[in-house]
Design a protein around this ligand. Structure first.
Ligand SMILES: [Fe+2]
Length: 232
């Protein structure tokens, strides 16, 4: 029987929300104003030396590719090596683009004349749009290739075990950063299913941890409904 667990689509919804939000801020920010543009630039400045704990949007986009490579791709490698090669090639391209964007954001910090900042900011926006388009297309690709292949080859229990291992390997601060984006990005049905799964399989402290993040980040009426349906 085909499995129903999907290790990609819910977290991809979080990553899409990050991209849509950052894209919106990037195209409206006044790059000439150093103070006003500092926060949006910080989301582009990936700290490669501190990649696991950093919570900037680019850091989370990069970290996700690393999680897939460490905790998901190895189990698919013997089944479809060609698919995994293609997805890893995409990840390498993502890394190249990430490095270029971080360098540009660093460079803008040292530019003072407002006209030059505006011009350089417009270039950053274009390069970021190219990066976002590539990243979005990559996620679309994973959702129509590796997602159905994994459902075909693994049971729901095996898929849940992989997901548990991936979340367990993450520092809590990093996991919280993904959940802050993911919980408000899911449909009501997905949110209910995810929380019901956690109530069933995870320790009570973990459900508490997730409840704290949900209370702070999900629309209150929706979160109350999920709590009532799942019973926590
Ligand atoms: Fe990926």
């Amino acid at each position: 029987m085909t499995a129903t667990e999907d290790l990609f689509t819910p977290i991809h919804k979080a990553l899409r929300s990050m991209i849509y939000s950052l894209g919106g801020r990037l195209q409206t920010v006044d790059f000439a104003d150093k103070t006003a543009s500092a926060a949006v630039l910080a989301d582009l400045q990936h700290e490669f030396a501190n990649a696991v704990s950093a919570t900037c949007v680019l850091c989370l986009l990069h970290g996700h590719a690393g999680n897939e490579e460490a905790d998901i791709f190895p189990s698919m490698q013997p089944i479809d090596a060609g698919l995994i090669r293609m997805l890893i090639d995409d990840h390498q391209e993502i890394r190249r683009r990430l490095i270029a964007l971080t360098k540009m954001a660093d460079e803008l910090e040292s530019i003072d004349p407002p006209e030059r900042r505006t011009e350089f900011g417009a270039r950053i926006n274009r390069v970021a749009n190219e990066f976002f388009a590539f990243y979005l297309a990559h996620m679309n690709k994973e959702e129509v290739t590796i997602v159905p292949a994994m459902k075909e080859h693994f049971t729901d229990d095996q898929l849940r075990a992989m997901q548990g291992a991936m979340m367990g390997a993450m520092p809590p601060e990093r996991l919280a950063s993904y959940l802050r984006w993911m919980l408000p990005s899911l449909s009501l049905g997905e949110l209910t299913g995810t929380l019901a799964g956690m109530k069933h399989g995870a320790p009570p402290q973990f459900l508490q941890f997730v409840n704290g993040i949900g209370t702070a980040n999900v629309d209150p009426a929706r979160w109350a409904l999920v709590r009532e349906r799942v019973g926590f």
